[in-house]
Design a protein around this ligand. Structure first.
Ligand code: NAD
Length: 296
């Protein structure tokens, strides 16, 4: 298959490189950052000159972009995917997008006879590198089945959730859980250190006890080293995801008190200038308030 891949940053980069390394699909890459493009062309992808160039001739056009507004610009904006895509081609968005934006883009694509799949991913940069990420997909089953060979080349867990938008809803639920876990981990580690516990031993105990989670494991590894830059998953993107989950809660009138508290914690960290740091930098809020650190 021919794949057009737009947005090869922290997540799109390793996903794109895995397609090149692990399959015979031909990949044509576009990104605003030339270094990101080079990391893919070095392995055998070709460099597209523009979004339109990456779109033309591809069986599947994929995007992995930061914010809903970026996905909107690249799909519906001037020189965007919609203007260049044609019959027989499928558009797949791997970004964590807003459910309302997925529907808006899906409707515009459908009016031109194009099928869209929303296919957000989970597993972080480590999972993206190892091709173990989960992909939760919404959209027509036939388009999903047709796209499976490409999706499986960079993911071990591809799940069809249902109609367009259901992949995104699943992703927002997952990320809300992950960030709430991280906020609880920050509180727990700070409480333990304040009680005089050795942070390394505390992490070891929790890793083998009922307080453990994937989010705790990833969070504690970064937190104990105080390594918040460069980001694996930027706080600005995590704050965006939680905002989208809360927006969905508003729309469906579902109370989300844990999600709201965690979103406020992220907001405080962003106000401390940590938006570009890793999402685990929420720990700095506690460290600043209490004047002590949680470190090895
Ligand atoms: P990133 O900022 O590292 O990468 C985004 C890439 O898009 C960059 O290389 C940027 O240059 C490029 N880009 C932006 N606007 C563009 C445009 N108009 N045309 C072409 N390229 C453009 O972000 P990321 O961490 O890779 O996240 C991408 C998406 O995946 C986000 O929606 C994020 O929420 C989601 N996500 C991230 C993680 C993670 O751990 N980082 C995990 C799961 C999902």
């Amino acid at each position: 298959m021919k794949v057009g891949f737009i947005g090869v940053g922290n997540m799109g980069g390793p996903m794109c490189r895995n397609i090149v390394k692990r399959s015979n699909h031909q990949v044509n890459v576009f990104d605003l950052n030339p270094a990101a493009v080079k990391s893919c062309t070095d392995l055998g992808a070709t460099a597209a000159k523009s979004v339109a160039d990456a779109t033309r001739g591809a069986d599947v056009v994929m995007t992995s972009l930061p914010m809903p507004r970026d996905v909107e610009a690249v799909t519906l904006g001037d020189g965007g995917i919609l203007a260049s895509i044609g019959p027989g081609q499928t558009y797949i968005d791997l970004s964590t997008n807003a459910p309302s934006m997925v529907k808006k883009i899906g409707a515009a694509m459908a009016a031109k006879g194009i099928t869209m799949l929303d296919a957000p991913v989970s597993g972080g940069t480590v999972g993206a590198e190892a091709a173990t990420i989960a992909i939760m997909v919404g959209g027509e089953k036939k388009a999903f089945d047709d796209a499976l060979p490409v999706l499986k080349s960079f993911s071990a867990n591809v799940i069809h959730m249902g109609a367009l938008g259901t992949g995104t809803a699943a992703k927002l639920v997952n990320n809300m859980l992950a960030f709430c876990n991280m906020a609880a981990a920050a509180e727990g580690l700070m409480l333990g250190v304040s009680a005089g516990l050795d942070p390394e031993k505390l992490v070891e105990v929790i890793a083998n006890s009922s307080g453990n989670s994937n989010a705790f494991k990833m969070f504690s590894q970064r937190a104990l080293k105080g390594q918040f830059t460069p980001p694996s998953f930027a706080l600005d993107l995590a704050h965006k995801d939680l905002h989208l989950a809360l927006e969905l809660g508003d729309e469906l009138d579902v109370p989300l008190p844990q999600g709201t508290a965690t979103h406020n914690l992220q907001r405080m960290a962003r106000r401390m200038g940590l938006g570009g740091a890793d999402s685990s930098a929420i720990l700095s809020v506690y460290e600043t308030v209490l004047g002590r650190t949680v470190r090895l």
